[in-house]
Design a protein around this ligand. Structure first.
Ligand code: ADP
Length: 268
């Protein structure tokens, strides 16, 4: 499993984007990295997947330091995938099928295996009907799903999703939430960065709160969202469901469904 140990990252222009960050992916199945814009979420993800090299500290994979050599990094990419915030950065081919197949063909997989993986991945992201479409004519939400499918097809153990719902309408957000749950059901570890607290609350079981490159707090989702000072420190709002529970003075339920199911037991 992946973790960072006292990770510090400084960009060339001397911006210190991460300071002594310790994040351990073992702590949850769906991990949330939350923080306002510029808090260091993307930089953390890029360090985790070996695209950026830590200035100080290290990234450990299965207890071993990540080595920044081509051969090692190719192996790492087979186990750890990332979906960038901007799906355009992940599009290489004009037809959806070929785009999802691209990295698999690069790995030298047989065409039969490529086909199986492409269809499985497109099915998971509910995009089988897009198979023959030219990628450049897809809507933003469709591009986002195809970008997720390209990474899913690689069958990595861990998937980082950088702001997976940014720029999407509420209907598409629900679809992405279902896709993330499905990825978890397939036994993969998912790491999501977001400043959408409702999304994070509904889906993550462990959270790290980042602000100005520093981890302000970490813990189980419900515990973190009850700590006003940590959220305020990072300029984050409590999820609406947590605010509702607090205002009604009732125990905290994880989802709307759970709240409704227990409604009869609640004394207002
Ligand atoms: P987030 O993903 O939380 O919005 P980022 O990791 O993108 O945060 O950015 C963290 C900090 O690093 C910000 O101050 C940002 O301006 C800076 N930063 C990001 N990319 C670069 C870059 N390529 N060069 C210099 N500074 C950068």
């Amino acid at each position: 499993m992946l973790k960072t140990v006292n990770l510090t990252y400084k960009y060339e222009d001397k911006t210190v984007a991460l300071k002594d960050v310790n994040v351990d992916l073992k702590k949850g199945e769906i991990i949330g990295i939350v923080g306002p814009n510029g808090s260091g979420k993307t930089t953390l993800f890029l360090n985790f997947v070996g695209i950026l090299i830590p200035t100080k500290g290290e990234v450990l994979f299965n207890g071993q330091k990540v080595k920044y050599r081509k051969k090692y990094l190719i192996e790492l990419r087979r186990k750890v995938g990332i979906v960038f915030q901007d799906p355009e950065k992940q599009i290489f081919y004009s037809r959806v099928y070929d785009d999802v197949a691209f990295a698999l063909r690069n790995l030298g997989l047989e065409e039969k295996e490529v086909e199986k993986r492409v269809y499985n991945a497109l099915k998971t992201v509910k995009a089988l009907d897009l198979e023959n479409k030219p990628v450049h004519f897809l809507s933003y939400g469709q591009k986002k799903r195809v970008a997720i499918a390209s990474v899913l097809a690689l069958d990595t153990e861990v998937i980082f999703l950088d702001e997976p719902t940014a720029g999407l309408d509420p209907y598409m957000v629900d679809i992405i939430v279902d896709i993330i749950k499905e990825i978890k059901r397939k036994g993969k570890r998912v790491v999501i960065s977001s400043h959408n607290m409702d999304l994070i609350y509904s889906i993550c079981d462990y959270i790290y709160v980042l602000n100005n490159g520093i981890v302000l707090g970490e813990g189980r989702t419900k515990e973190i969202f009850l700590q006003d000072e940590i959220l305020k420190g990072a300029n984050l709002k409590q999820p609406w469901l947590v605010r509702l529970h607090k205002n009604l003075g009732i125990p905290l339920y994880k989802s709307e469904e759970e709240l409704y199911a227990n409604w009869n037991k609640i004394k207002l």
